[in-house]
Design a protein around this ligand. Structure first.
Ligand SMILES: Nc1ncnc2c1ncn2[C@@H]1O[C@H](COP(=O)(O)OP(=O)(O)OP(=O)(O)O)[C@@H](O)[C@H]1O
Ligand SMILES: [Mg+2]
Length: 284
């Protein structure tokens, strides 16, 4: 067994991993602020408008619902990976990008022995190398899994709405990650904006607090307009970015994507999965 683990360690160490892959986590303090809709439509825009190779991972524990928006089922999910199935068989390709459903299955990580952990890391590393962007849709709040994914990501988009409760909860999430772990790679997205420049007002409030109490300067990634077409699309299990390319929401989304694509990758992220799984193991 020790030899097998050593063999896998060597394989993991040898590969030039993620030279061009960027890991982006989507998170929020408060629930229901539009993360999953943003994650799915953002993946769609990066893949179809910017010709990027994208993997979307549904890491929401309680409410895995990326598959609902994509009108797919959950037959292929990450739990099967833990049972020894090959990762390539679990990828679902819809709408021009790949998706890995139900990362919540990783709950049982504590029960995995070292060999299986290394095998899992090896498979996830190997898979991840082939993408430009890996987008991770998280649960709301400051749960242990969210923190593990965010800490390992190059960038974390924090979604908030103009509601004071949502702004407060975003502050709490940022404060925990920054004060406890020194993590500061946040970008703020203000969703459900109804007025021009509303995103600036919301961002200024949040940034004022992080500046004053944490000595931390945030970055505004952009706004997302309130969209009746989006609500309609959710009900019909369609993607607003696909059906309504000129809807203000889709236009805002493309602006955020253009900014992201235009940014050079500041740092290589060679150990994303090693980090996530070790953070998860530490906490369970
Ligand atoms: N820009 C928007 N305009 C109008 N409605 C929106 C917008 N964004 C999200 N919504 C509404 O909010 C609902 C919740 O969105 P979504 O499921 O994406 O939130 P979430 O943050 O992922 O929730 P959870 O925290 O439960 O995972 C959607 O079903 C939709 O009706
Ligand atoms: Mg969600």
């Amino acid at each position: 067994m020790e030899e097998q683990i050593q063999g896998l360690r060597e394989l993991i160490g040898k590969e030039d991993k993620f030279v061009n892959s960027k890991f982006i986590s989507i998170a929020s303090g408060k629930g229901g602020v539009g993360k999953t809709n943003f994650a799915v439509n953002f993946a769609y825009v990066l893949a179809n408008n910017f010709r990027k190779k994208v993997l979307l991972i549904d890491a929401d524990i309680g409410m895995a619902n990326v598959h609902i928006l994509l009108n797919s089922d959950l037959k292929k999910n990450i739990k099967r990976l833990l049972n020894g199935e090959n990762i390539e068989n679990l990828i679902v390709n819809i709408k021009g990008f790949d998706t890995l459903f139900g990362f919540s299955g990783i709950d049982s990580i504590a029960e995995l022995d070292d060999f299986r952990i290394h095998k899992l890391i090896f498979q996830l590393n190997k898979l991840s190398q082939t993408y430009d962007y890996i987008i991770i849709d998280n649960s709301p709040g400051i749960g242990e899994k969210v923190i593990s994914f965010l800490r390992a990501s190059n960038t974390s988009y924090i979604l908030t709405t103009p509601e004071p409760t949502s702004i407060m909860d975003s502050y709490a999430l940022i404060k925990s990650l920054y004060k406890i772990y020194g993590y500061s790679r946040f970008k703020i997205i203000v969703n459900m904006c109804k007025r021009k420049f509303e995103e600036k007002e919301v961002f200024d409030k949040l940034n004022f607090s992080t500046n004053k109490f944490l000595d931390l300067n945030l970055e505004l990634a952009g706004r997302l307009s309130f969209s009746e077409n989006l609500e309609k699309c959710v009900k019909e299990k369609k993607l607003v970015a696909e059906i309504y390319p000129s809807d203000p929401y889709t236009v805002d989304l493309k602006n955020i994507a253009a900014k992201e694509v235009g940014e050079p990758i500041k740092e290589k992220n060679q150990n994303f999965w090693d980090k996530v799984l070790s953070f998860l193991k530490q906490r369970v």
